[in-house]
Design a protein around this ligand. Structure first.
Ligand code: PMT
Length: 398
């Protein structure tokens, strides 16, 4: 994945009236957590000003091969950036050029240079679309592995009726997401996720906590939402904004986190406990700030009591829910995770290596998913990819 957080789709836009639907394709992709970057042909700029796509994507829009002085080999960098290269809409002319390997502008050179999967959504007048040569060109590209989202029949902009109207944005987005490995396989499911640290007050200004940033839990919540689930995220204090389309509850302490989890647990299908919950809390937090001098004794001897174990509590109450815990380990990672699997009653424990590179606050993570039937190890991956791997695991087993 080229962007550490989000998959990137480079969208080539050619000159055709269906271009207005490209805006909706970009919006739908963004809702699913996908980053879109646009390349336009000169003819496309005759239909829509690049400002429209620049505003929608909040990314520069590329048009000419040599327009960007900071990037002298722009078609190669765009080709490498793409996790999927999509051409929406694609004229019969551009399809013909790509089928023949013609690379005479930024869009077609990028199409030739990329090794990413290619998705094409053609649009044309019915006679141009049904022309034998156009069909042959589409067939040639399909035979080379290009995913063609065929045009539909209907009333065309030129006034004719017939095949040639570009497919609906939702269908094009499904095709792109399928190439990205982002299907809607959690549609109809409810997922609960805990994330971040808990903070346990010592006095009004001091607390016990840990270094969790919430990134892992937030990526899990985002992945579940992308894959169609209704998602409830309960997070301790973190510097991350609420993920789009996720009901987010912010708490401070372990007891508040348990309370928020209990409110939702009954109704969910999958619960993932990625939070780094403080095991202990000060028994009686002081109501005023403790002073170094006069309260030195109290500060030196803070009495701690055990926090509720949220994962174990919920796992022992589970009926149909799949319950997933995390384990931050430095050594004997899999053995410790297996022990936690049994003691906490979870269906899976995701063991992350917190040694070199770390799991806390990093953008990537190296995990082993330990389940009753065995382990699955993954290389160090962006946390977004770890989240998807976890759901692939859960769904693959059921
Ligand atoms: O937030 P990041 O910076 O992205 O870092 C991610 C992470 C390293 C925090 C995350 O991937 C992780 O490993 N979370 C769990 C860390 C941890 O506290 O492990 P543990 O061994 O203490 O707890 C095991 C499991 O029990 C966890 O699922 C935890 O949520 C749960 N637990 C623990 C204690 C407690 N009182 N209640 C719990 O529910």
């Amino acid at each position: 994945m080229s962007d550490s957080n989000r998959p990137t789709v480079v969208i080539g836009v050619t000159g055709c009236v269906a271009i207005y639907k490209t805006c909706e394709v970009i919006r739908l992709l963004q809702k699913r957590g996908v980053r879109a970057k646009v390349i336009m042909t000169q003819h496309a700029c005759g239909f829509i000003d690049p400002t429209m796509f620049r505003s929608l994507t909040r990314e520069p829009v590329a048009v000419g091969l040599f327009d960007d002085p900071s990037d002298p080999i722009h078609h190669i960098s765009l080709a490498k950036e793409a996790d999927v290269f999509a051409i929406v809409p694609c004229t019969v002319n551009v399809i013909a050029k790509i089928a023949c390997g013609i690379a005479d502008d930024l869009l077609t050179t990028t199409a030739l240079a990329t090794i990413a999967p290619i998705v094409i959504a053609p649009a044309a007048n019915v006679n141009m679309y049904e022309a034998r040569v156009s069909k042959e060109n589409r067939d040639r590209l399909r035979a080379r592995g290009v995913r063609m989202v065929e045009a539909e029949s209907g009333y065309l902009a030129c006034g004719d009726e017939g095949r040639g109207r570009m497919a609906e944005p939702a269908d094009i987005v499904e095709a792109i997401c399928a190439e990205l490995g982002m299907s809607r396989d959690l549609e109809g499911k409810k997922v609960l996720v805990t994330a971040g640290p808990t903070v346990e007050p010592v006095d009004p200004v001091r607390y016990l906590s840990n270094r969790s940033s919430g990134k892992m839990g937030f990526e899990i919540a985002k992945a579940a939402a992308r894959r169609g689930a209704e998602v409830f995220l309960v997070t301790g204090p973190v510097a991350l904004g609420d993920p789009a389309g996720v009901e987010t509850v912010r708490v401070e302490t372990a007891c508040e986190m348990l309370d928020a989890v209990e409110r939702r647990f009954e109704e969910v299908d999958i619960a993932v406990f990625a939070a780094a919950v403080a095991d202990m809390r000060p028994a009686t937090p002081a109501s005023r700030k403790l002073k170094k001098g006069s309260d030195a004794d109290a500060l030196a001897r803070i009495e701690l009591v055990e926090n509720p174990d949220i994962l174990a509590t919920m796992a022992h109450r589970k009926s149909r829910q799949v319950v997933v815990g995390f384990a931050a380990e430095t050594d004997d990672v899999v053995e410790n995770a297996r022990r936690k699997l049994r003691s906490k009653g979870a269906d899976y424990i995701v063991a992350n290596f917190v040694g070199e590179g770390g799991a806390f606050d990093a953008d990537d993570n190296e995990v082993v998913v330990v389940g009753a039937d065995g382990d699955r190890s993954y290389p160090r991956l962006p946390k977004a990819a770890v989240a998807d791997a976890l759901f692939d695991c859960i769904l693959g087993d059921r």
